[in-house]
Design a protein around this ligand. Sequence first.
Ligand SMILES: Nc1nc2c(c(=O)[nH]1)N[C@@H](CN(C=O)c1ccc(C(=O)N[C@@H](CCC(=O)O)C(=O)O)cc1)CN2
Length: 300
Amino acid sequence: MPATRLDGKKIAAEIRSEVAADVESFVAAGNAPPQLAAILVGDDPASQVYVRNKERACEKAGIASRLDRLPASTTQAELLAKVAELNADPAASGILVQLPLPSPEAGGTGIDERAVLDAIDPIKDVDAFSPVNVGLLMQGRPRFLPCTPHGIVQLLSRTNISTSGKHVVVVGRSDIVGKPMAMMLAQKDSTCGPETANATVTLAHSRTQDLAEVCRSADILIAAVGRPEMIRGEMIREGAVVIDVGINRVDDRLVGDVAFAEAENVASAITPVPGGVGPLTIAMLLHNTLMAAKMQAAGN
Ligand SMILES: Nc1nc2c(c(=O)[nH]1)N[C@@H](CN(C=O)c1ccc(C(=O)N[C@@H](CCC(=O)O)C(=O)O)cc1)CN2
């Protein structure tokens, strides 16, 4: 029997309407609407789509947004000055810098991404990429959770997939997805409760020996490597849950990190690409923006 498709788009819509209702109450209580301030450097086509989608999602949820578009020729000092301006602006509840920053080959000036992310005020860091928020997550007392891993926790919880006591293999050790995902699932508790925490986690990567065997030992396999269809059907245990974080453009087609047609015949449940994990990223960004506004309104 083919795997159940886990509908991230539907779950994201649910979360977005929950956030919209919560924003309405927040504003009805006399607060200014939350505002998301996004910075886009350069003209990468995919990034332009993502920031536009973020603006639209904000609008639908009653969240204000502003977008600062900067040319690819922007220097690190100029970008840091923009971040400082937004840090000091009380109207900006949440700040994000759309990644990736333009490489020198794309006309960029070689900005140190880490230095820019470090400069965002942690209380406005709705991507949860700053060292303060990463550190709080590591210690099991998170403030903001990074959007994509948090979206995956929400997806697992809302489809009744427990991670407690299970072996979860995360393939990919990026700061944005792999590392925080592994950390979140290994904790004692999650925002959705202990059933979507308490996993035994293996964080696999490009140097992992016998990756196929490691993947086959997973009850839940999370692929976040950024390599089209790298996870083949034979790398998946019969009945495993497969979460595909990859969004790769191949010949004008979007494909994940998992060879979907092969995986679908082995897994018990799988996220499609598109329509799986991607939409949850923006839903959780809205959640974080509202959370930032609430914390700032409370003077935290
Ligand atoms: N500052 C950030 N930069 C980047 C992040 C991030 O969370 N913060 N993540 C990605 C891009 N991203 C959001 O920024 C993002 C990517 C994909 C989707 C999505 O909904 N994908 C759809 C397909 C959309 C398409 O047609 O391209 C899907 O998977 O169904 C949302 C957000 C890197 N940069």
